[in-house]
Design a protein around this ligand. Structure first.
Ligand code: B4P
Length: 194
């Protein structure tokens, strides 16, 4: 089993690159953003609670997200591996993920961090907001999401760096070029399925 974390600020291309990685390496995709938006659209109690935070550009509380991830991992016990997209976003989430995986006799092998300048992040998210209808893709909320990233999520990079798992990749080239840079790191662990 090979487990990868795709890390980076809002709009850095985690969701975009996850699609490419999933189709080439056949990993099981776990995106907390997608899972939360699904809960919101189904008006579940979890979704109603999460929406309050997402609409303000804030992170959803750790216990909500960790519980969701745990049941998702259990659903795909036979997977070739997992790609965690947008998770962990806080140090307690990173520690909880390590414990969950240890319980399943596996671990995080690699963390790929997408590095994109802030002006480009804002440009992309505002652009996505014009077509996505996402309530968190407007300039005011984007600024809050980037602030949350710096205060709560960036420390997760240091956590993985201290464990020798972090690699940084430039994320402001084209989607194809960025994917090529990511594959150079992934191929050291796992080859694409042809
Ligand atoms: P997410 O859904 O994870 O999304 P994201 O950070 O906005 O975007 P991502 O980096 O995936 O960018 P994308 O590929 O779409 O989070 C949403 C919210 O959910 C959070 O703010 C939080 O409230 C909550 N949440 C999620 N996980 C949580 C957790 N673990 N704990 C607590 N709360 C959590 O790309 C963005 C745009 O850029 C797209 O339009 C794309 O087409 C474009 N793009 C991508 N790559 C490009 C490139 N190379 N060049 C040009 N454009 C590019």
């Amino acid at each position: 089993m090979f487990n990868l974390v795709l890390f980076g600020p809002p709009g850095s291309g985690k969701g975009t690159q996850s699609e490419n990685i999933v189709s080439n390496y056949k990993l099981q995709h776990i995106s907390t953003g997608d899972l939360l938006r699904d809960e919101v659209s189904r008006h579940t109690p979890l979704g109603t609670e999460a929406k309050k935070y997402m609409d303000q550009g804030m992170l959803v509380p750790d216990e909500v997200v960790i519980g969701m991830i745990s049941s998702k991992i259990d659903e795909s016990a036979d997977a070739r591996g997992f790609i965690f997209d947008g998770f962990p976003r806080t140090r307690p989430q990173a520690e909880a993920l390590d414990k969950l995986l240890e319980f399943k006799h596996t671990r995080i092998h690699l963390v790929l961090a997408l590095d994109v300048p802030e002006a480009e992040l804002v440009k992309r998210l505002v652009g996505r907001g014009e077509t996505s209808g996402r309530s968190d893709d407007n300039e005011e909320v984007i600024a809050k999401r980037i602030k949350e990233y710096h205060s709560k999520t960036q420390p997760v990079a240091s956590y993985y760096n201290a464990h020798g798992k972090l690699e940084t990749v430039t994320g402001n080239h084209s989607i194809a070029e960025t994917f090529k840079s990511l594959t150079k790191h992934i191929n050291k662990y796992l080859l694409p399925v042809t």
